[in-house]
Design a binder for this molecule. Structure first.
Ligand SMILES: Cc1cc2nc3c(=O)[nH]c(=O)nc-3n(C[C@H](O)[C@H](O)[C@H](O)COP(=O)(O)O)c2cc1C
Length: 397
């Protein structure tokens, strides 16, 4: 979580500096305290006032400007930072940091800090792939910097290649992941499934359900931000990809089962948040079924029951999306499938279930009292579920 975290946002003189304004704004909206440090070159591209207005904090651009409280600015920034994020990072600042040069306020702050450092290189393709830049990036990685690889796409010069600043949502995700590296799930492997499976009728049609994937994505993000190594097995959802997790894209229940079996060979917990279809067409037509004179009857057969079939000594968490007899149905699933935890979710309740930003759930456990939670955001629900997973994992040591 970013709330009250001090983020020193370093901005160097790349054309993508304007995108750092969006990042600063989004970090502030998440409750972070953002302190911007700009190189002189960056101030030639975007006005410091923009960042001052967005963050509510003065922007530091000059090492020799007297500090207000007799502190040495770069040292106090280096000390108070929970994390330093340099977005964008020019080829120049990357090479300076790799060489340990400290000739401006940003490079001095970097050299003086013990906080984790994330950089997002952005530059022309030829500058990015130049062996000098790549060597410098490797050096920084070896020293513990987190480097977000530049994206592929249209560059400011008009050419296409690697060198674009990654999406701001991705950068936010990596900042959150880096901040959470020492969380209670550090060193744990967590597999999460998300979305509604698609069971093909023919090459253009399928049967699915209303699952949006939001709950599963929230669980994957929360686990990532508590230090876990996360594998997210997801159906197509239309949601922004979760940065910093290993994503496996699948469509059908059968494909999900195969992916879960593979991913759980080495895992500490499996959270089956996906809405897996109970039935699928017995056969999938090889060609598009043409509209005939009469109706169309589909024969459906049961899909694999992933939770019952996947074996292993890891924590198993299931979801029970119900519209009636919620608790008794969930309880049956908990014992019947040999789960450690089941999250009972009344998907017909107001503000709860598919597509909404919030959820109202009861967490039932193999051992322990049920937790009936009030309506809360899906991220908050995810944290509550992971509190239970974390407790069980501690007990397993
Ligand atoms: C309009 C303009 C855009 C630039 N964009 C980039 C860029 O995207 N990436 C980069 O590495 N350098 C870029 N440069 C070159 C840097 O500004 C130059 O290397 C500068 O010395 C970087 O200083 P700094 O790293 O201290 O901020 C650009 C220069 C100009 C004039």
């Amino acid at each position: 979580m970013l709330k009250n975290k001090v983020i020193v946002l370093g901005i160097s003189g790349g054309i993508a500096a304007y995108k750092a304004a969006d990042l600063a704004s989004k970090l502030v909206q998440c409750g972070a305290v953002v302190k911007v440090v700009m190189t002189w070159e960056a101030t030639q591209l975007v006005q410091p006032l923009t960042f001052q207005a967005l963050t509510g904090n003065p922007v530091v651009t000059d090492m020799f400007e007297p500090a207000p409280l007799s502190a040495i600015t770069h040292v106090s920034l280096a000390d108070e930072a929970d994390i330093i994020a340099i977005v964008p990072a020019t080829a120049n600042i990357i090479s300076k940091m790799a060489a340990g040069i400290a000739d401006d306020i940003l490079t001095c702050t970097v050299l003086a800090t013990k906080a984790p450092i994330v950089i997002a290189p952005a530059m022309h393709n030829n500058m990015y792939i130049n062996p000098v830049t790549q060597d410098n990036i490797s050096k920084l990685k070896a020293r513990g910097f987190t480097v977000i690889p530049a994206a592929h796409g249209r560059l400011a010069s008009g050419s296409i290649g690697y060198g674009r600043l990654p999406e701001i949502t991705e950068i936010m995700g990596i900042i959150q992941q880096t901040l959470g590296k020492k969380g209670d799930l550090a060193g744990k492997r967590i597999v999460v499934t998300a979305g509604g499976t698609q069971e093909a009728i023919d090459p253009v049609r399928y049967i699915t359900n209303n699952s949006s994937g939001k709950m599963g994505y929230a669980v994957a993000e929360a686990a990532r931000d508590r230090g876990a190594t996360v594998t997210l097995i997801t159906t197509p959802t239309g949601l922004s990809p979760v940065a910093g997790v290993d994503v496996i894209n699948i469509r059908s229940a059968q494909q999900m089962k195969e992916a879960v079996v593979k991913a759980t060979v080495k895992t500490d917990a499996l959270l089956m948040v996906a809405a897996v279809a109970d039935y699928m067409p017995k056969t999938t037509a090889a060609q598009k079924i043409k509209k005939g004179a009469g109706g169309l009857t589909l024969e459906l057969v049961k899909t694999p029951d992933i939770l019952s079939e996947v074996k292993g000594k890891f924590i198993k968490v299931g979801f029970a999306a119900e519209t009636q007899d919620l608790i008794s149905n969930a309880q049956k699933k908990l014992t019947g499938k040999g789960l450690d935890i089941i999250v009972a979710n009344d998907v017909s309740a107001k503000g709860s279930g598919f597509g909404s930003e919030t959820n109202k759930v009861t967490i039932l456990k193999k051992d322990g009292k049920p937790e009936d939670l009030p309506l809360m955001s899906k991220r908050e629900v995810a944290e509550k579920i992971l509190d239970n997973v974390s407790k069980l994992l501690k007990g397993k040591k």
